[in-house]
Ligand binder design. Sequence first.
Ligand SMILES: C[S@@+](CC[C@H](N)C(=O)[O-])C[C@H]1O[C@@H](n2cnc3c(N)ncnc32)[C@H](O)[C@@H]1O
Length: 341
Amino acid sequence: MQDHVSPEQILQIGFGFWPSKTLLSAVELGVFTVLANGPMTGAQLQDALELHPRATSDFLDTLVSIGLLNRDGPSASGRYSNTPSTAAFLDRKSPTYIGGLFEMANARLYPFWADLTAALKTGKPQNEVKNGNPALFDTLYSDPARLEQFMDAMSGVSMGNFAAFADKFDFSTYKTMADIGGATGQLASFVARRHPHMSCASYDLAAVQPIAERRIKERGLEGRVKAGVLDFLKQDLPNVDVITTSNILHDWDLATKKMLIAKAYRALPQGGAFVAIENVIDDERRRNAFGLMMSLNMLIETGSGFDYTGAQFNEWCKEAGFKRTEVIHLAGPASAALAYK
Ligand SMILES: C[S@@+](CC[C@H](N)C(=O)[O-])C[C@H]1O[C@@H](n2cnc3c(N)ncnc32)[C@H](O)[C@@H]1O
């Protein structure tokens, strides 16, 4: 064996579920929410979180060692506190809480990914539907409280992308925008706030409309951002200058992706733009590991959905009639794929 070959990377990846599950359990237990009230010793946290004495210091010190908590003294007597990031993003009472996504990952994706091998062999979903239970969305739409929790989880993940998109996309020649599958109306709100000349609307299924209306009001954008009802599988898309979709296309098979792109083309004026915000995979399919694993997640979560490269997006959009496409990087692994009519 050569001296410079080390198993370190393999070991780190192979045990990647250790830090992952430690974080997911910490979110589930509310560690970061409890610590929002101020630093606490291990003994105080043990009481507050009802931990077993055997687990307490290893659990908390693991969180320190992976950079998710601070500690101001020795393990036995020091006080644990949130880092600036965990205070902002993992305290349930913070307006920028993204833990809803991790609550969902902990309850659903973590156990479903245990069946990745079965998905790889069969191509079949490994989520609720595997055992004949209703799909997540079917149960969500009939349970407003859970639906709202899911919508808030999505908002947390998408926030950085939407802020970057509102900053980077040139809206100067456009007046109207519609976000399709827009959940709480967050993308339409970001654009309306950043570009006062834009008239923005967000469309989703009927159960989502009251949530979007309330969130838009909370953002102080009532009257500026419309929350409409539209089923993108059954209805035509509205005639606006810019049609956006975020985390929509990857849910569907190729025929439905192309159907949605063709609908966008028909609805747009000459020069209009269609936007797909997603974890667009690099054309060589070598670098965007998160985008590639998101596509594996679609294998587990859907019957036929998959993520795609900018080159694939270009091919499908050209086929629909669009003149040109480009990909602009947003935040982390996410980009906006753009097609101009
Ligand atoms: C994964 S979420 C994406 C939410 C948001 N665009 C984002 O990126 O944060 C998918 C959204 O599509 C909506 N949706 C699903 N099927 C739909 C349909 N047939 N017509 C309209 N919206 C739909 C869901 O209600 C949900 O809000």
